[in-house]
Write a protein that binds this ligand. Structure first.
Ligand code: IMP
Length: 430
């Protein structure tokens, strides 16, 4: 096999990190191709828990090379912080980390610009506040983007920042519309970022070439999507999406690897659905304290890894996942957090929507239409057994197995793994 992609099929936080971690024992590269420090990947090894935001989860395995592809937006102080935390935990971060010279750089003014938009425009998306959107805007706008490779040329960087920062100050002031905002000084930012550049210099390189050479040499690559497919900028629930292509389509651009090298795409879903931030969510269980939504949140510890925000929780939405699994070209599914659903008398799966009085079975990805959709459910009996100790298929109660099989049937895809806890051992190969 040459390349596998692990992609979340809902609104993110599907526990992709665990699957990447399981697969990466046999890989040579783990590559991030989209997003930035808006992602949060948690890996549990026995009593050790590691959280990474920008670094690929492969970084925990020094035998492989972790790559931050050109499709990312990198906030250097955050990257250095993650590197230093891992080193303190005894994990090697050296020549096993490569950062694309074409990845774009997030500056503090990006975060301030985002704050101005989110707070002042009345059109908040509920972003993670990491400067992701404004940095991608600068990339696509072409005149304002600065790439990681440029950090290595001090005079050039100073010149660019001197031209850009006053413009940014004016834009932020205009967006703030009188609210108090920070202003920025080009020289200060430049000095600060040159310091980061010196520390990151050994890692900044042409990652596309490294990956292409790796493929030629028969190496195995795992592409690790950040965010979920429903947050994809093109195919997600626009405008309540992130600013990059989280679907595997992002790999070609975000890592420079043609998609024909991908020979397996693994779609990761939770046994239910969550969403952080604003936007339509038909199966949301907004049923108050003591309700099912709250219970799923508590049992599943559904609080954002990056922002700590409580995640919105709801039933599994097969209509949404049919849509994303087709877009992603998924070969097989892994169902995560199955244990969280223990203890419910009855479970619901959304199999269609009602839109303006009509039954529809296709997912309307336009948020203004999705907002009007009411879920049509089919119900299944629940189970009352703690699944966290289950290790093999025969340990699962019949109802849990049926629930997974129904997901498989509705998606028309094989479910290869049911996960019943964060630890590697809590993995049932079906
Ligand atoms: P941004 O990516 O910070 O611009 O946020 C845009 C939307 O995507 C917001 O609703 C965020 O909550 C959501 N989002 C971004 N990254 C993640 C993630 O890794 N998991 C879940 N939601 C995310």
């Amino acid at each position: 096999m040459s390349a596998t992609c692990v992609v979340g099929l809902q609104w993110g936080d599907e526990a992709k990190g665990k699957i990447v971690d399981l697969l990466s024992d046999k890989a040579d590269f783990v590559v991030r191709y989209n997003g930035g420090a808006n992602a949060g990947h948690t890996i549990v090894w026995g009593d050790r828990t590691f959280k990474v935001s920008l670094l690929p989860t492969g970084i925990l395995k020094p035998h492989l090379r972790s790559v931050i592809g050109n499709g990312l937006v990198v906030y250097p102080p955050r990257l250095l912080e993650e590197i230093s935390q891992l080193r303190q935990a005894g994990i090697k971060v050296g020549d096993n980390l490569a950062v694309s010279d074409h990845a774009h750089v997030i500056f503090p003014y990006h975060m301030e610009e985002e704050r101005a938009v989110e707070q002042g425009s009345g059109a908040a998306i509920g972003t993670t506040g990491r400067g992701i959107g404004p940095c991608y805007q600068d990339k696509v706008g072409r005149t304002g983007g600065i790439r990681m490779g440029e950090l290595l040329y001090p005079e050039h960087l100073r010149e660019r920042l001197k031209a850009l920062v006053p413009r940014k100050n004016r834009i932020i002031a205009a967006l703030a519309n009188g609210a108090e905002m920070k202003t920025f000084d080009a020289d200060r930012i430049c000095d600060e970022y040159l310091g980061y550049a010196e520390q990151l210099r050994p890692h900044i390189t042409d990652t596309t070439r490294i990956l292409q050479q790796g493929l030629k040499a028969g190496k195995h690559i795992i592409f690790e999507a950040a965010q979920g497919s429903l947050l994809d900028i093109d195919h997600g629930t626009y405008p309540y999406v992130t600013s990059s292509n989280s679907l595997p389509g992002g790999i070609w651009n975000g890592a420079g690897i043609p998609s024909r090298h991908l020979d397996k795409i693994i779609g990761v879903v939770k046994a239910y659905t969550t969403r952080v931030g604003r936007g339509p969510f038909p199966t949301e269980l907004d049923d108050g304290p003591g309700g099912i939504g709250e219970r799923i949140r508590k049992v599943g510890r559904e609080y954002g890894t990056v922002t700590g925000r409580p995640r919105r929780c709801g039933w599994f939405d097969a209509v949404a996942v049919q849509y994303t699994s087709a877009l992603a070209g998924v070969d097989e599914i892994t169902v995560m957090l199955l244990d969280v659903l223990s203890g419910h008398k009855q479970l619901s799966i959304c199999i269609a929507y009602e839109l303006d009085g009509k039954r529809i079975e296709e997912f309307p990805s336009d948020s203004f239409l999705l907002e009007r959709c009411k879920p049509i459910y089919e119900t299944m009996p629940g189970w009352d057994v703690d699944l966290t100790k289950a290790r093999k298929k025969s340990d699962l109660p019949a109802q849990a197995l049926k629930y997974v099989e129904r997901i498989s049937e509705l998606l028309g895809l094989r479910v290869s793994i049911a996960s019943v806890g964060p630890d590697r051992e809590q993995t049932i190969h079906l």
